[in-house]
Ligand binder design. Structure first.
Ligand code: UT7
Length: 328
């Protein structure tokens, strides 16, 4: 009997219109275009302004995806949204998106795994398809990072941006789809990348706001090294487990946190740069949004049967790699 796999049958992204350039950041903090480009590879990032919320970005992704895949909103059974910047602490943003997009038959939930969120969500969603439970599932990876960034902190404000993408997952019995995943976490890494207040351990107060404890706190150098190690090791482990050699992989799809991290991962795996998806220069680090944004940007270059390795590392610490065969 053919194996029932979960295949991506469409991808659609959303990026806010406002472009925050390095030149504009130069006017906000003590930095410069040369430093930002050489240390991170980022030229500009998108910022969500005005009335739109994170859920509205998700709605744009879902609506575009439905139109593109000729699917009606009523057919969607489940929406999983990977984000750390949902509209509010509760309820989750997946169900707000379902409501606003007219997906009246879908239930949903959010996954909080920071930059690895899309991997965690895609892997979870694929189980609902593989087991025969559902046939149409949407996975969203997106973040509204500008809502939790301190624009007086030059170490973080230059990196992050807003946006993300959504994919439709459907059953495939021809061998294409999600093949395997290795997902990891190490909670002891939380001290290097987190938000100090706002949760139940330290609820918001005038004091926490004044202390700037609702912004992203990151010890960049430590995260950098752990990210390179984590992505390389899970890619290698997954390749070995699936008896893959370098030439079997058409595309490496790495989390877009820093061009130096991407290059170190590519070099560590001996992957030629032309087979590594890179778009960090345009969008910066959109946290859970980077992987679907890469797939969306490179969609026209992808061919049915192409082997892809999606890899990410982020707050938690969380990290991992997914091996999939492109289905269209
Ligand atoms: O998304 C998932 C998780 N996040 C990541 O994977 C991010 C990982 N980390 C990084 O990408 C890098 O660590 C950063 C981009 C955040 C920082 O780059 P770095 O090369 O590690 O710089 P650093 O923090 O070691 O700082 C080096 C110098 C410092 O000056 P001194 O102490 O040497 O005089 C900083 O104050 O660069 C200075 N600096 C800046 N200078 C100009 C830090 N930020 C800036 C800036 N402009 N924006």
């Amino acid at each position: 009997m053919p194996r029932r796999l979960a295949a991506i049958t469409g991808v659609h992204g959303y990026l806010p219109d406002y472009v925050l350039t390095n030149a504009e950041l130069e006017k906000m903090v003590e930095t410069n275009d040369e430093w930002i480009q050489s240390r991170t590879g980022i030229k500009e990032r998108r910022i969500l302004k005005g009335e739109m919320k994170a859920s509205d970005m998700g709605v744009e992704m879902v609506k575009g995806l439905l139109a593109k895949t000729n699917t009606s909103a009523e057919e969607i059974e489940l929406i999983i949204c990977a984000t750390i910047t949902g509209d509010c602490i509760f309820p989750d943003t997946a169900n707000t998106i379902a409501d606003k997009a007219g997906a009246v038959n879908a239930f949903g939930f959010d996954i909080n795994a920071a930059c690895s969120g899309f991997l965690y969500a895609l892997s979870t969603a694929s189980k609902f398809i593989e087991t025969g439970t559902y046939t149409k599932v949407i996975v969203i990876g997106m973040d509204h990072m500008s809502s939790i960034i301190d624009y007086t902190d030059r170490a973080t404000c230059i990196i992050f941006g807003d946006g993300g993408g959504a994919v439709l997952l459907e059953p495939d019995e021809s061998g294409n789809g999600v093949q395997d995943a290795i997902l990891k976490a190490d909670g002891s890494g939380r001290k290097f990348l987190h938000m100090k207040a706002g949760g139940s351990a330290k609820p918001p107060s005038a004091k926490t706001v004044a202390a700037g404890e609702h912004y992203v706190y990151q010890e960049g150098k430590h995260v950098f090294k752990a990210a390179v190690r984590g992505m390389i090791s899970t890619v290698k482990e997954l390749m070995q487990k699936n008896e893959l050699v370098n030439d079997d992989i058409r595309w490496l799809v790495p989390h877009q946190a820093n061009i130096r991290i991407i290059k170190s991962v590519g070099d560590g795996l001996d992957f030629p740069e032309e087979r590594v998806m890179i778009n960090i220069e345009k969008y910066g680090n959109t946290t859970a949004g980077t992987l679907p944004l890469c797939l969306w940007d490179y969609e026209s270059k992808l061919k049915k049967g192409d082997n892809l390795l999606l890899t990410a590392f982020g707050g938690g610490f969380t990290w991992g790699t997914i091996y999939l065969k492109w289905a269209y």
